[in-house]
Ligand binder design. Sequence first.
Ligand code: TMP
Ligand code: MG
Length: 297
Amino acid sequence: ALAIWHQLTKSEIPELAKASVLMRDRSRVEDTIQAMQRAGPDALQVISDFDMTLSRFAHNGKRCPTTHNILDNDLLINDACKKMIRELLNTYYPIEIDATRTVEEKLPHMVEWWTSVHELLIQQKIRRDLLAQAVKQSSAMLREGYKVFFDQLQEQQVPLLIFSAGLGDILEEVIRQNHVFHPNVHVISNYMDFDQSGVLRAFKGQLIHTFNKREGALLHAAHFRELQERPNVLLLGDSLGDLTMADGVAHTQHALTIGFLNDQVEERKESYVNSYDIVLVKDETMDVPNAILNYIT
Ligand code: TMP
Ligand code: MG
């Protein structure tokens, strides 16, 4: 019976049979998808990271920018600042993805990285009215199939929480310019605080970095309370820290986690397979999440 069960989902969701899809426990994944399908779209909520999860890691062999890196533009910051932000990236990104360090070891470095970059941005007196233009001029791209992903969730009225340690103002602009900032989208992120003349003066609220999303989730209890009649969670991320984004959901019934493994594949494969239910290796598309959503909604 088990073999037939596997066969069934395989024929319904052939995307899961691709070589780039890794699963620690395929039958658990299939059982969860079946259970979510029986409960239907009314019981579902989707929680997704933004940078390198909804947005692309690379395109034609070139890295795509994160929301922070979109600000690397003459319109907004000077050359000296650009250089410092790049140096910080070269210092701290390798720490963020280092498979040999624990989250506890990484934490202080992440706080240092974000704090330093945000201070530099404030010094540059960034103007709000130039952000849209900077996004337009950037090479930021959402993953292939993004439109089906966003549109499908909107049509089925499934809430999508985008939970990002990037910059909220920028990510909103990216999804707006791609025409997918639908009413079912809610964003938790780092937002800029502008003065009356529209110049950046601070960042709002509690800082969110890659490894404190659990605390961020608990601070937004009101959002999760509104969704408490939706106990099934589909979670998408690209960092192991993203797995804590659903910690604000009080009564989870079925959860399925999908992790994009973009970089340092060999070093991190084992920990990703141990942590995410489905791991997508160097996959720049939304094909697998879209196929699963198409099946369960
Ligand atoms: P995310 O939570 O939407 O993925 O955003 C966090 C990512 O942003 C994380 O992977 C590191 C990256 N980042 C930069 O690329 N440049 C920066 O200056 C900072 C502070 C973070
Ligand atoms: Mg990310």
